[in-house]
Write a protein that binds this ligand. Structure first.
Ligand code: P6P
Length: 278
């Protein structure tokens, strides 16, 4: 699997340079969800696919930017689901964005997720890889990633990142979010999942929520490319991730682009969600 992480590092350097200096405008294409694609969405996806093509242990990949799976090497053992540039709609306001990767075997279910990783393109470029533990790396002046620290969550945090359209929240979800703020939690929400979850992970805990709402009953975030990889990371860091009732990693999507309501956090905050949603 090491060669996969090395490929992610190489693509991260190229994507970061493209973010810094290339055209942040829209292309004439749409992705499978009907979102108009940024030129950088397409470019990032190509960088990553070209790196993964070189690795014979990868059997198949599926990108958030493409409807269908791409077969690579018939004898490969790994399947990779990835979001090449999550939060790219924030690039025009110079907001940190990221790439997310899930490395699976057999199929794209939560129980078959072997490892995950994400890259944050911000003032620095930071890479987080979760296998047995969660390890964070930073990019140096020579475009090399060096180990910086292990990430661990406390039992309880101080940050609250409430996603989705508030006018579409259920009554019980709104009360839970309000109660958390009444307990003194700080609002930290950028609209970019990678930065918002990275923030909670590095600050030791809290709650990120993207619930089912009246406009999006199954939530907005995609299981294979976004939710499973971060659920794996939060659990390996000592936290948890649920859909309001079930453990996220116990879920099996019927389609790679399936979405799910999702909550990521420290144990204390996830217990609070379970009580609210039971
Ligand atoms: P909302 C970005 O478009 C994204 O997919 C995630 O990165 C982010 O967490 C979410 O959407 C934000 O959605 O509805 O809160 O603006």
């Amino acid at each position: 699997m090491t060669e996969i992480f090395e490929a992610i590092k190489r693509s991260a350097v190229k994507i970061n340079e493209a973010i810094m200096y290339d055209d942040t405008g829209y292309s004439k294409e749409c992705n499978s969800t009907g979102d108009t694609q940024l030129k950088l969405d397409i470019k990032s996806d190509i960088f990553i696919e070209n790196e993964f093509k070189k690795i014979t242990s990868i059997k198949e990949i599926v990108s958030e930017e493409k409807e269908n799976k791409t077969s690579l090497h018939a004898k490969g053992e790994y399947l990779i689901g990835y979001d090449p540039l999550d939060g790219s709609s924030l690039l025009d306001v110079d907001q940190s964005v990221g790439s997310i990767f899930g490395i699976y075997k057999h199929n794209y279910s939560g129980k078959n997720l072997l490892a995950s990783a994400y890259v944050v393109y911000g003032p620095r470029v930071e890479l987080v890889i979760a296998t047995d533990k969660v390890r964070m790396y930073r990019l140096n002046r020579k475009d090399e990633f060096y180990f910086y620290k292990e990430i661990k969550l406390n039992q309880k945090g101080k940050l609250n990142a409430p996603g989705s359209t508030q006018m579409c929240w259920s009554v019980h979800h709104r009360k839970m979010i309000d109660d958390i703020f009444k307990d003194g939690y700080r609002l930290r929400y950028s609209g970019g999942m990678v930065l918002d979850l990275h923030h909670i992970l590095l600050k030791g805990g809290g709650l990120f929520s993207y619930p089912g709402t009246s406009d999006l009953p199954k939530g907005k975030l995609r299981l294979v490319f976004e939710v499973f990889p971060f659920a794996f990371i939060f659990e390996k860091a000592g936290g948890r991730s649920i859909d309001g009732k079930n453990r996220i990693l116990d879920l099996t999507p019927s389609h790679p682009h399936d979405t799910s309501p999702c909550f990521f956090g420290s144990n204390s905050e996830i217990d609070r969600v379970l009580k609210t949603y039971e």
